[in-house]
Design a protein around this ligand. Sequence first.
Ligand SMILES: *Cc1c(COP(=O)(O)O)cnc(C)c1O
Length: 419
Amino acid sequence: MQESRTDQRSKTRIAIDLENRYGAHNYHPLPVVLERGKGVFVWDVEGKRYYDFLSAYSAVNQGHCHPRLVKAMQQQAETLTLTSRAFYNSDLGNYAEYVCTLFGYGRMLPMNTGAEAVETAIKMARRWGYQKKGIAKDRAKVVVCAGNFHGRTITIVSASTDPDSNSDFGPYTPGFVVVPYNDIPALEKALADPDVCAFLFEPIQGEAGVFVPDDDFIATAIRLCRARNVLSMADEVQTGIARTGRMLCTEHSGERPDVTILGKAVSGGMYPVSLVLADSGVMDVFTPGSHGSTFGGNPMAARMAMEALEIVKQERLAENADRLGRIFRTGMQELVDEFPYVKLVRGKGLLNALVIEPRTAVDGSPKTAWELCLLLRDNGLLAKPTHGDIIRFAPPLVITEEQLMECMRIIALSVRQFA
Ligand SMILES: *Cc1c(COP(=O)(O)O)cnc(C)c1O
């Protein structure tokens, strides 16, 4: 039955009103109500199609509802979903071997969300600090970067410098030292403290607005950590899984961090799967009973992750992200050159951001990244602003060159209408 436009619009209103009425207001979503997805596309409740340029914060790198993932999920759902780690299951061992081989580490520890994996890495680093480095009891410190985003738990927001994330959530977990991002002298100074057990960093700061550090920052940071007997811990929850043109973003640096933290696209966004990778000398500080998760390492997660990672390899998504990312930034640079209110484009692979100059229209209405995102939405492309002046562009990595060209035309049109 064909519904009228008014009825369809009211579907959008109803969904938004219900969420606002009964849901906690801990997000400020763009006003669009999605009900279906396929590859790079999502459809709203009115039937309008959009290019998804957020990819659920880089969780759906493999595209929406990838048929291989749907099939794996269906099969596993009919077989076995959860055992807890009180027993062994027939998939976790295969999965552990698979990710250790793929990413080049000795051991893995499975969790569910990104924040849990970050928490796991912090616990591991502290224990390693006491048991292996000889730090005095309860003195261990973890160095983090200003502008970081590592998740939402109390401990993680204790390490945050963003007042939106942590104000009125104290008392905070102690033991963090903040240094500016991309500042080697400051890092070097912080690492000289013998109580430091780890340096936790994002290879590119995603939530902060896609801040790409200098070319040699990551390599130098990892080498400094090694020289100071400090664990280097890369939070690749957003940058990992081919997003930046390599399977892991740290591969660009040529150095392997001691610890890699993964989540989001590990399962293609179809199931919460996260993990921590390290070698046995570090990971073996965990002993039975010292850490765990009811859902971590369940057979569904193991199967989904293996299938999702195979898709990334077989569809050569890292190569695609690398190649199309260059084309995208070249196209965006033309907008930077043409429009004074488009200040710059930055990024790596298909994790990019456009920085715009927020201003006020002649009629007094604001013209910020939010308004530009509304124009993009009207023109059929969904992206989310951050900090008022930054728009992140992160399409599923299965996007084709032809589709990307169309998206660049949509962005150019919207930028022109933003005048
Ligand atoms: C999204 C994200 C997290 C947190 O992941 P959740 O699954 O939301 O807990 C941690 N670190 C980085 C870099 C992220 O982008």
